[in-house]
Design a binder for this molecule. Structure first.
Ligand code: ADP
Ligand code: GLC
Length: 495
C-alpha cells in the first residue's frame, strides 16, 4: 500500500509530546512491513535547521493562500522513511514552538497555519503536486490534520482516510471570524461538518468525515464514548462506534532500551540490573539529593498540564517527604504548576529535585536512575512514559485510565502469584487514592525479592510496534477496500 502519514510533529526533528514519538516510529515499523509510507509535516524552522539533504520537489499554488508553498523532500533521520516538508515560511519558519510562541501562548494564526498544512496534504494526496506518487490512504493525526478527510471526501476518486485521535482534549477550536477569513466552503460551518457549539472545530471535521477513526488504546476508545472523557464529542463518537478502533501505541526500543541507551551513564539489562544503582547515584547527584541507594527515588517526566494530575502529586509531597523518599521532576507547561513545583523543591531540597524545561537526555537518565515512576493522569489516551519505565525497571504507579490501564498490571496477591504484576494502579482521581497506591509501592519496595520480581516482569514486557503496525496495516487494507467499493454501491443505489 501507498500511505501518506500526516502529522504536526515527528521525533527526532520536532517534539512536544507522544505524538512525535508515534510519528517517528510507527511509519518506520510500517515501512518494515514493506509498504510505501511517507510522512508529511510542516517545515518549522527547527526542522529546517536540522534536516539534511533536502530537495525541492514541488511548488503548490493553494486556494486562499497568496504565496506559493514549496514541498521539500528528505528522509526521517535514523531510518529510511521518506519525508515531505510543507514549506510556507510566513507560517512555519519562525522562532517558537509548533503550536505556541516561545512563552507558551498559542500562535494567533494557528487556524491559518494548519489550513495551509491540510491543503498541502490534500494536494499531495490527490497527486496534484506533480510527485508522480499517489497514496491509497491518508493517515491523519489530531486536529492539525482535521480538514483533510473532508477535503478528500469532496474530491472524486481521492484516497481513503483514517483519523487517529491522540488526545480529544485538543480540538482546534476557532471563532466564526477566523473561519470566515480562511475562505473555506461556507457550508462547512454546519453542525454536520465542523461547527461545534458556535465554534469551528478542526477535530470534528476529522471525526465526522474520515473513513475510519482510531485512537491510541482500546480502553480510551471505550472511554471517549462517555461524557466523562468525550469532551462533548461523545455523542458523535458513539455514533461512529462501528468505525472506531483502539490500537495501542508501541515503543521504539532502539531509542528506549537501557541496554543500548547512550544517554544514560551506565547501560544495563535484566541480568545486569545492579548497574541501575549507578544511574540512581548519578541522578541523585545531579539533583543535589542525598546519595543513598536505600532511599526510594520517585520520578515524573511530563507536560505540566491539568491532564497529567500534577496537582495530586503536589498534594502528596508532604507525605512523601515524611517517608524520607525522594522525587525528581522534569517537565514544563502551565506556569502555576511550574512555580508550585519549584517552590516545593526549594522548601525540601533534600527530598525534591525539580528541572523545569524540556530535556531529552535528562528524560532518559531519569528513566535509568529512578525506582518508581508516577503518572496519576486524569485521562491518558495511551501514555508512553509508563511503557518506557517498564523497560527501564522503573516501576510505574498509574491511575487506572486510558492506555495506563491497558499497559500496567496492578500488584495484588494474585498477580504476584501468577507473576504478571508490573506496577501499582489506583482508581479515584484524588490525592488519597494516589497516596494509598504509593504506600503500597513503598511497602513492596522494602521487600527486595518481591520488588525484583515486579521489576523483572516489567522489563520483560514487549510493547514493540510490530503488533500495532500490523493492526494499522490490516485496517488500512480494509478501509481502502471499503472505499473502492463505495462508487460501485453509489451506482447501484442510483439504478
Ligand atoms: P503526552 O503526549 O500526553 O505528553 P506521552 O506519555 O504519550 O504523553 O508522551 C510524552 C513524551 O514526551 C515522552 O516521550 C516523554 O519522555 C516526553 N517528555 C515529556 N515532557 C518532557 C520533558 N520535559 N523533557 C523531555 N521529554 C519530555
Ligand atoms: C497524546 C496523549 C498520550 C499519547 C500520545 C501519543 O499526547 O496525551 O496519552 O500517548 O498522544 O499517542
Amino acid at each position: 500500500m501507498n500511505i501518506l502519514f500526516a502529522s504536526s510533529e515527528v521525533h527526532p526533528l520536532i517534539k512536544t509530546g507522544g505524538l512525535a514519538d508515534v510519528s517517528g516510529s510507527l511509519p518506520r515499523a510500517i515501512l518494515g512491513l514493506h509498504h510505501d509510507i511517507r510522512v508529511i509535516i510542516p517545515a518549522y524552522r527547527e526542522i529546517l535547521r536540522q534536516a539534511q539533504h533536502l530537495t525541492l520537489v514541488a511548488h503548490l499554488e493553494l486556494e486562499g493562500i497568496s504565496l506559493p508553498v514549496r514541498i521539500l523532500s528528505g528522509r526521517l533521520p535514523g531510518g529510511n522513511v521518506k519525508l515531505y516538508l510543507v514549506d510556507s515560511p510566513p507560517h512555519f519558519d519562525r522562532t517558537g514552538k509548533p503550536y505556541t510562541t516561545s512563552n507558551g501562548s498559542p500562535w494567533s494564526d494557528n487556524a491559518e497555519r494548519f489550513t495551509v498544512f491540510c491543503r498541502a496534504i490534500h494536494a499531495l494526496a490527490v497527486n496534484a503536486a506533480g510527485l508522480d506518487w499517489e497514496p491509497d490512504i491518508v493517515h491523519c493525526n489530531d486536529w492539525q490534520t482535521g480538514l483533510v478527510p473532508v477535503m478528500l471526501k469532496e474530491t472524486p476518486a481521492a484516497p481513503a482516510s483514517i483519523f487517529t485521535i491522540h488526545n480529544l482534549a485538543y480540538q482546534g477550536l476557532f471563532d466564526w471570524k477566523t473561519f470566515n477569513a480562511l475562505k473555506l466552503p461556507a457550508d462547512w460551518w454546519s453542525v454536520d461538518a465542523f461547527e461545534f457549539h458556535d465554534k469551528f472545530s478542526f477535530i470534528k471535521g476529522g471525526l465526522v468525515h474520515a473513513d475510519w477513526l482510531t485512537t491510541v488504546s482500546p480502553n480510551y476508545a471505550r472511554e471517549i464514548c462517555t461524557p466523562e472523557f468525550g469532551c462533548g464529542l461523545e455523542g458523535l463518537i458513539t455514533h461512529r462506534k462501528e468505525t472506531l478502533t483502539g490500537i495501542l501505541n508501541g515503543v521504539d526500543y532502539t531509542v528506549w532500551n537501557p541496554g543500548r541507551d547512550l544517554h544514560i551513564p551506565v547501560q544495563y539489562n535484566r541480568r545486569s540490573l545492579f548497574h541501575k544503582t549507578e544511574n540512581k547515584r548519578e541522578l541523585q547527584e545531579r539533583f543535589a539529593l542525598p546519595v543513598d541507594n536505600a532511599i526510594p527515588l520517585f520520578a515524573v517526566i511530563s507536560r505540566l498540564v491539568e491532564q497529567k494530575g500534577i496537582d495530586l502529586i503536589l498534594d502528596i509531597l508532604p507525605e512523601l517527604v515524611k517517608q524520607n523518599a525522594q522525587l525528581v521532576v522534569l517537565g514544563s507547561g502551565d506556569s502555576q504548576l511550574e512555580d508550585a513545583l519549584q517552590r516545593a523543591g526549594s522548601r525540601h531540597p533534600k527530598h525534591i529535585g525539580i528541572h523545569i524545561g524540556y530535556d531529552e537526555t535528562l528524560a532518559h537518565c531519569i528513566e535509568g536512575g529512578a525506582d518508581i515512576f508516577l503518572m496519576p493522569s486524569r485521562f491518558e489516551p495511551c501514555g508512553l512514559n509508563q511503557i518506557y519505565s517498564l523497560r527501564y525497571g522503573t516501576v510505574p504507579v498509574v491511575r487506572r485510565t486510558g492506555g495506563l490501564a491497558d499497559t500496567i498490571v496492578d500488584t495484588t496477591a494474585e498477580t504476584l502469584a501468577d507473576k504478571t504484576a508490573t506496577g501499582f494502579c489506583f482508581q479515584a482521581s484524588t490525592a488519597p487514592a494516589l497516596w494509598s497506591s504509593i504506600k503500597r509501592a513503598l511497602n513492596h519496595y522494602r521487600k527486595p525479592d518481591i520488588w525484583e520480581q515486579i521489576v523483572d516482569t516489567g522489563m520483560r514486557q514487549d510493547f514493540s510496534w510490530k503488533r500495532s503496525a500490523q493492526q494499522y496495516t490490516e485496517l488500512y487494507a480494509r478501509v481502502i477496500a471499503q472505499r473502492q467499493k463505495r462508487p460501485l454501491l453509489e451506482k447501484i443505489a442510483v439504478q
